[in-house]
Design a protein around this ligand. Structure first.
Ligand SMILES: Cc1cc2nc3c(=O)[nH]c(=O)nc-3n(C[C@H](O)[C@H](O)[C@H](O)COP(=O)(O)OP(=O)(O)OC[C@H]3O[C@@H](n4cnc5c(N)ncnc54)[C@H](O)[C@@H]3O)c2cc1C
Length: 378
């Protein structure tokens, strides 16, 4: 049965909207806060399809990372160096903006370092990393201000308790956040700034005209806004089919608390396709999309048994070998990827801007991408 808006609902809740933001992930919220800070008189309304942010921002691993060596080497194999370094700089600066916006303690920011893990199958790439470490320390050091960003850390393998791991390289300034606390703080900041947030309203289509933008909702309402910022990341092609972007689902598990857990920090494995960290005495582990790329190009949340069994094997055999570690819970999240690791921040029509394609770097660049989108739409 169709639920029509009453005259009162339409008038009081949805008229007049100066700027509508679609999506309440890190990008949408950062954009909305920025718009209100710049002009407190603007009426900024966020429309979120989920009962809470329901894409990647509340479902990620919370790595405050800006580039591990194998990831950068892989990027450099198909992208010019200037572009790769510009993205690292954006990630580094974005992290500083996120920390300034939220405050380290409000999101439990911890700079425990990020490690890359190499097994006996990774000898070639490890050798390349070892040889190129001075070059990377020089180039990434210039961006971060750290003299020795990357460093060998083999001596920690035994203390972490890993099996079959031959080498570790630490990225010393890498950090981690508590994703839930980060998003709760952002929502709180948005509300405190006067941003209105409506959950359970998905936008099906947009029509930009001389009187602003008409938004058709998934429950058949029509809502008008002066301008619209689209921050739906992996879901963007539903609104703009021509955008150069595709969704990528990621599988994640969390264990029950592990007595005497020795792992501390963020860990990347296999060019970042696998990642794990400690949180609350547990291991959070995710990734494995490279085992089944095509199936995981989906907007559907849901399990992939092939990938889940590979993650469970990695957990039991390599990360916590010989320990009675129980998996507590699984979930998935949806990323927005493209041919290059560069966000799309552009005007789609005179009154509509899109800020999407965060490429798995949203903790680092989400605030910046939101703010840049806001600058374009304000
Ligand atoms: C499992 C996983 C692990 C990750 N780990 C990390 C990490 O450790 N570090 C890191 O930097 N990044 C990580 N990422 C990536 C990071 O989470 C994302 O880059 C970032 O959250 C993207 O933010 P966003 O606001 O652009 O998109 P989202 O958080 O996806 O927000 C988009 C919002 O739009 C809503 N929406 C979609 N369509 C509509 C519509 N039509 N109408 C209304 N609302 C709509 C969705 O419900 C969603 O809430 C990870 C991602 C995943 C999935």
């Amino acid at each position: 049965m169709k639920y029509e808006l009453s005259y009162w609902e339409k008038q009081s809740f949805f008229e007049p909207i100066d700027v509508a933001v679609i999506g309440s992930g890190i990008v949408g919220l950062a954009a909305a806060i920025h718009l209100k800070e710049k002009n407190p008189k603007l009426r900024v309304v966020v429309f979120e399809r989920g009962p809470m942010p329901a894409g990647a921002s509340t479902r990620n691993a919370g790595f405050a990372c800006f580039g591990s060596m194998t990831e950068l080497i892989d990027d450099l194999s198909h992208t010019p160096e200037d572009t790769v370094l510009a993205t690292v700089e954006k990630r580094w600066n974005g992290l500083q903006r996120l920390r300034a916006l939220i405050g380290d303690e409000n999101m439990e920011f911890r700079q425990w370092g990020g490690y890359e893990m190499f097994t006996e199958n990774d000898t070639d790439i490890f050798t390349e990393c070892a040889e190129r470490m001075p070059e990377f320390n020089e180039k990434i050091g210039r961006i971060t201000g750290h003299r020795e960003v990357y460093k060998m850390a083999d001596e920690r393998i035994a203390s972490f308790g890993f099996r079959d791991v031959r080498h570790l390289i630490i990225n010393q300034p890498e950090g981690q956040v508590n994703t839930g606390k980060m998003m709760t703080a952002l929502l709180g900041k948005a509300r405190a700034a006067g941003v209105e947030i409506f959950n359970g309203i998905g936008i099906r289509s947009l029509e930009d005209g001389s009187n602003g933008v008409l938004m058709e909702t998934e429950n058949d309402w029509t809502i008008r806004a002066g301008r619209v910022l689209v921050a739906v990341n992996g879901f963007a092609r539903k609104l703009f089919p021509d955008l150069d972007l595709y969704p990528a689902r990621n599988q994640v598990l969390i264990t029950k608390p592990v007595p005497g857990l020795k792992v501390e920090g963020c860990f990347h494995y296999d060019k970042g396709y696998y990642y794990f960290r400690n949180i609350d005495g547990r291991i959070l582990l995710g990734g494995g999309r490279n085992l089944d790329f095509e199936t995981e190009k989906t907007l559907e949340f849901g399990s992939n048994p092939l990938i889940r069994s590979a993650l469970a094997k990695l957990l039991h055999e390599v990360i916590c070998p010989g320990q009675a570690v129980e998996i507590d819970h699984w979930w998935t999240g949806i990323l927005g990827l493209g041919p290059v690791k560069k966000p799309i921040i552009q005007r789609a029509s005179p009154n509509v801007v899109v800020s999407v394609r965060l490429s798995g770097m949203g903790v680092a660049i989400g605030t910046l991408v939101g703010q840049e989108g806001a600058e374009l739409i304000q």
